[in-house]
Design a protein around this ligand. Structure first.
Ligand code: AMP
Ligand code: MG
Length: 689
């Protein structure tokens, strides 16, 4: 059961909510391939019906199948349809409401209609609740005089904890009005688009309508977000990320009269699916048409914008999380320091002191690190040792070297400021504040911080799995024999080590000769075993450039012509949902392209903040006339405070990579460089090597 586009709607039975976005209005969100667009505020039902119709129209015109969800019951409990319309079909009820509901932006007849329907019984039910000031005959205001001839709940609602009945017409959270004011819209959409409605009919149409209830799996919205807006985005994103098989399984429900709530019985799966990061779309590397040579900075900005974390999230004890990336802001469970304490060995007392000599009686007690704070009698001083929590009544400490202690008394010379030599509680980190921000890689300093702030377990991304493929008929594995015309594969071992240095997990996919079918098989395999694929060789547009040929065939490739040397075009594409970086075959170009482009991209895919390598401006020790209009990266090192560059710029010279300790980056506009001209030097360490 495959849908290309998911539109989720949070409905409302109330009146127009005004021009600016508000809670408890109608909100809708569109998602494709597991990525939602920002929710849309729809001020009233007329605007909403219009907007939804327009979206469906556009999707249909683009040949896409659409799944539309609404968050109110599509049917009433058993028996109601028959009693109201003489027909047990829920669509008879839809038609009945379409005929009888009068709806305008500022007024509608829903309460009168509820009163009128109640005449099918003795006038005391099934509907109750009146949001109007005037009384309505036959519509009880409360449940006191209420009698319901039908079941109170649908079968689905018996399983959905916290769901309201469809009979309640007013009050916070009531859904009765939403159904009245929603069914006519559903009836029209169904007719207009010949849509299939779940679970009443098979979903054979390209437009399907389902009942949802976001609160089934979603709790409170993140701070600062309107709940309805956030919920529809989340539901749309999650539903559109489901595999066709899983979706079919969830839609396999038999409830021909009452309807059902999508996902009921699959809550755990949906929650887990919602926690998965969004997937990349197939066209995520598409470049705007007409672009020829993209400047490096622009290419990087494009990558940063398009890529999202794809690594899975897991929870680990903090000590096992070293080297992993925080998937959420990690919150301090405790302040650091948890209590005010002393920064030195000395004597503590209350308040600062002016100039001159001060004497104070010394308390018997002593405060050492780990002691529970005692209470110090007024006017006394107490011996304190570094790290001790300050006794109650102490806020200032004088250094022991500045004090004479004799006969149960201390003496020292002022002035001394109140608070001297102490640390305030939480002066470093406050409990419930962010200890380590999402996107940070947890290394030794972060481990210290997390431990100090009482964080024992952390949500982190699993390491990004990076498949590495070498392509080329000339390549042989080191350790084997290289015949005439053959060379040893240098890129794959280099890339494996680079990927390891970046903190990811390399997956060795071996060497693939220049054979398209074979390469396709290896890419298939790589897509199941890794989150991202790095290939080297065969990335240009020649006869034997099978990487770019295959990605192009798959309809998901973009040749990024980046204005950079070294570096041939970079083939960026998607293979079975995995991003592929088609690196040039030349080892020097492969390494530089990896450092400049693939490294930040992989960091982002792995959940890390976009890394910007730290460079330093240093005087050049070389001369060069550089072509304008492209950036250049030269193999370089620092000697005597000046940047030397490797004698040859030939991109086959692997010895230059080993000679170098970093890169000099010459920007697009740089022209003539003479000894002493400042140039930007980026040590390999800044790239994580
Ligand atoms: P290609 O991009 O496939 O046209 O390769 C460009 C150059 O890089 C050719 O000279 C290849 O022989 C060389 N090359 C490609 N892959 C590797 C590799 N894995 N190790 C060493 N050299 C390679
Ligand atoms: Mg080749």
């Amino acid at each position: 059961m495959r849908f290309d586009t998911v539109i989720m709607v949070d409905w409302s039975g109330g009146n127009d909510r005004g021009a600016s976005p508000k809670p408890d209005a109608i909100w809708a969100a569109i998602a494709r391939e597991g990525r939602a667009q920002e929710a849309q505020y729809l001020r009233n039902r007329q605007v909403a019906e219009d907007w939804i119709g327009t979206q469906i129209e556009a999707e249909r015109a683009a040949g896409r199948r659409v799944l539309v969800g609404f968050d109110f019951p599509f049917g009433y409990p058993e028996g109601f349809a028959q009693a109201l319309t003489g027909n047990a079909s829920p669509f008879a009820v839809w038609d009945w409401f379409e005929t009888h509901v009068e709806d305008a932006a500022k007024a509608n007849n829903r309460f009168d209609l509820a009163g009128r329907i109640n005449t099918i019984s003795d006038g005391s039910g099934p509907f109750w609740g009146n949001g109007l000031a005037r009384d309505i005959e036959g519509l009880p205001r409360t449940k006191k005089d209420y009698h319901n001839p039908f079941p109170d709940r649908r079968q689905a609602e018996l399983h959905a904890k916290g769901a309201f009945t469809c009979w309640q017409m007013s009050g916070a959270g009531a859904v009765g009005s939403q159904v009245f004011m929603g069914l006519p819209v559903l009836a029209r959409l169904r007719r207009r688009f010949e849509a299939s409605v779940w679970p009443f009919e098979p979903l054979t149409s390209d437009i399907a309508i389902i009942e949802i209830w976001p609160s089934l799996t979603l709790g409170a919205a993140p701070e600062g977000r309107i709940k309805d807006a956030w919920q529809v985005e989340e539901v749309a994103r999650t539903v559109s990320s489901l595999t066709p098989e899983k979706l079919a399984e969830m839609l396999a429900v038999d409830a021909p009269e009452e309807g059902w709530i999508f996902g009921l019985g699959h809550e755990a799966y949906l929650k887990q699916a919602a926690a998965q990061p969004p997937r990349l779309s197939n066209n995520c590397f598409a470049l705007p048409p007409g672009v020829h040579w993209t400047p490096v900075a622009e290419a990087l900005a494009e990558l940063e914008n398009r890529l999202v974390p794809v690594a899975e999230v897991t929870e680990l004890p903090v000590l096992e999380a070293v080297g992993r990336v925080a998937a959420l802001d990690l919150i301090a469970q405790r302040s650091n320091p948890p209590l005010p304490n002393t920064a030195v060995d000395g004597y503590g007392f209350a308040g600062g002191r002016g100039a001159g000599v001060h004497r104070m009686p010394l308390a018997q007690d002593r405060a050492a690190a780990g002691d529970v704070p005692v209470t110090l009698p007024e006017g006394q001083a107490i011996r304190v040792l570094t790290g001790a929590a300050l006794p109650v009544g102490v806020d200032t400490v004088v250094l022991q070297e500045d004090v004479t202690a004799q006969d149960g008394q201390i003496a020292f010379r002022g002035p001394i400021k109140q608070g001297a030599n102490t640390r305030k509680a939480g002066e470093d980190v406050v409990a419930q504040g962010i200890a380590v921000a999402a996107g940070t890689r947890i290394e030794a300093p972060e481990v210290a911080l997390l431990c100090a702030t009482g964080v024992a377990r952390v949500k982190v991304y699993k390491p990004l799995r990076v498949a590495i493929v070498s392509t080329g008929a000339e390549l042989v594995e080191i350790g084997g024999a290289a015949g005439d015309g053959q060379i040893f594969d240098a890129n794959r071992p280099m890339l494996m080590q680079m990927v390891r240095s970046f903190g990811h997990t390399p997956v060795d996919m071996g060497i693939v000769p220049d054979d398209r079918a074979h390469l396709a098989q290896v890419l298939d395999d790589a897509a199941t075993r890794a989150d991202v694929i790095l290939t080297s060789g065969g990335a240009s547009a020649g006869d034997e450039d099978h990487v770019s040929a295959l990605l192009t065939q798959a309809g998901a490739m973009s040749l990024w012509r980046i204005a950079v040397k070294p570096g041939r075009p970079l083939a960026l594409g998607m293979w079975r949902g995995r991003p592929v970086f088609g690196l040039p075959g030349n080892p020097v170009a492969a390494m530089v392209c990896t450092l400049i482009f693939a490294r930040p991209a992989m960091a982002r895919l792995g959940g890390e903040d976009w890394p910007v390598p730290q460079g330093f401006d240093v005087p050049a020790a070389f001369s060069k006339n550089k072509k304008q209009g492209r950036s250049e990266f030269l193999r370089a090192r620092i000697r005597d405070g000046r940047a030397e560059v490797f004698a040859s710029e030939g991109s086959g010279r692997i010895s230059g990579l080993s000679w170098a300790e970093g890169l000099v980056e010459l920007p697009q506009e740089a022209a003539t460089i003479a000894p002493g001209t400042p140039v930007r030097y980026i040590p390999f360490g800044s790239f994580g090597l």
